[in-house]
Write a protein of this length. Sequence first.
Length: 178
Amino acid sequence: MLNPHQRGDERGARAIDAPSEPDADLPHGGREASRFRMVATVHLVLQRGDQILMLRRWQTGWADGCYSLPAGHVDGGEPVRAAAAREAYEECGVTIPAEPGGLSLMGVMHRRSDREQMDFFFRAQAWSGEPYNREPEKCDHLGWFPRHSLPPNTVSYVRRALWEPSAAPWLLEYGWEG
C-alpha cells in the first residue's frame, strides 16, 4: 500500500510530498522553499599509465583557459555514476559503463566558492572509443598530462583532488578556510 504522501516519478522512485501545512516542529516551519539546495557535479579521471586526460575550458564564462577533467552537473533524477558516464560521452566521446565495474569512486569534495557544491570524482576503469573533443564551443584543447606534472593553469580544486592517494575513497572540504 502506498503512503498517501508519496508519488512515483518516471524512474519509479518515490518522493515524499511536503505536508500541506507547515510543521512548527521542523526548521523553517517545514517550508520547502526555505530548504538549502546544493549543486552536484561529477568529474571523471581517464588515465593511461601516469597520464590523465584534461580539457582546456574555452568560452564558458568560468575558468576559461584553465585545464580541468571531463565534468558536468548531475541532472535531477540522475544517479551520479550515470551522470559521469553521460559527461564522458558528451565531452570526449568515450563510452563508460555506469555500473561499479566501469567507474570507481575516488572521492567526494564539499566545495565552497561563489556557491556550495558537492563534487564526485570517479576513475574510469575501462572505456570504449578514443577520446576527442566533442564540445569545441566549450573546449579548445584536449590532452594527456602526467598526474604529477599537471599544467600550471589547472583548476585549483581539481589539482587538489588529484593529489589525494587513490587507494581509498576520500572526503575533502575545499574553500572553507578563512
